[in-house]
Write a new protein. Structure first.
Length: 251
């Protein structure tokens, strides 16, 4: 159904970049839906809220909404679309570069601040929202995946190995991985403060050293990789057609 809708958009002159973006957003919506994959009244509004809670910018959520509304209208169910565009903050959210991210990690390692090193790595390499940090438990690390709301996040193997070693040395047997000296889950404000204390030594602007910027770095990196994959698939398909054309083309 998604591909049929995108083909219709292509016939009306929609650019390849927009088609790729819509395909990504609609696939994300499909994965978000419950097992029956049905859209009901209020589904898109709830999706908007969940995207915002997950750290997506209002402008990005509006693109997702536009893609979903277009598909719903195409399917003849205008009553299920949402009419709630989000107001976008005119201020530009600073973006953490990958080099700055690596400087934060190397500085934390140099100063032997293992906990903040792992916090930065979890937020920057998994796309985990700060509010979901307590869900990163000893059991989740052992399983190699973390369950958050309706999604399951994979823990990269290299990060899992470091976390398991940390858990072993800290003597943790259950519960959240990141806790205070008293054994209580670390507070969100404490996580941000720990990361920002590294800024001067890492030579990274303080407004970039935030959990939200770390999560945005993950999302930007993933989007870039997905765009490259789509391009490689298109190029491979073009080469296949050209090869066939050489053997059975009309001319």
């Amino acid at each position: 159904m998604i591909e049929e809708y995108l083909e219709t958009l292509q016939e009306t002159g929609c650019t390849p970049n927009t088609l790729n973006t819509y395909r990504m957003k609609l696939t994300q919506l499909y994965q978000y839906l419950p097992e029956d994959k049905r859209i009901r009244p209020g589904t898109l509004t709830q999706w908007q809220d969940d995207l915002l809670d997950a750290g997506y910018a209002p402008s990005s959520v509006n693109v997702s909404t536009a893609a979903a509304n277009g598909l719903i209208i195409y399917c003849g169910h205008r009553e299920l679309q949402t009419e709630r565009p989000l107001k976008c903050d005119p201020t530009i959210q600073p973006e953490l570069t990958r080099n700055e991210y690596l400087r934060l990690l190397s500085t934390a390692k140099l100063l032997e601040k293992e906990q903040v090193y792992l916090l930065i790595k979890v937020l920057g390499s998994m796309g985990l929202a700060l509010c979901d940090l307590p869900q990163l438990t000893v059991q989740a690390v052992q399983d190699g995946k973390i369950r958050i709301s309706s999604a399951i996040l994979h823990i990269p193997g290299c990060l899992q190995e470091e976390l398991l070693d940390y858990i072993h040395r800290k003597g943790l047997t259950s519960g959240p991985v990141f806790v205070t000296k008293m054994g209580k889950p670390i507070r969100r404000t404490s996580v941000t403060a720990m990361i920002q204390r590294l800024c001067r030594d890492a030579q990274v602007p303080c407004d970039k050293a935030t959990p939200r910027c770390l999560r945005k770095l993950y999302q930007t990196t993933q989007a870039s990789i997905q765009e490259n994959v789509v391009l490689l698939v298109e190029q491979a398909y073009d080469r296949l057609l050209e090869k066939e054309q050489l053997t059975i083309g009309w001319k």
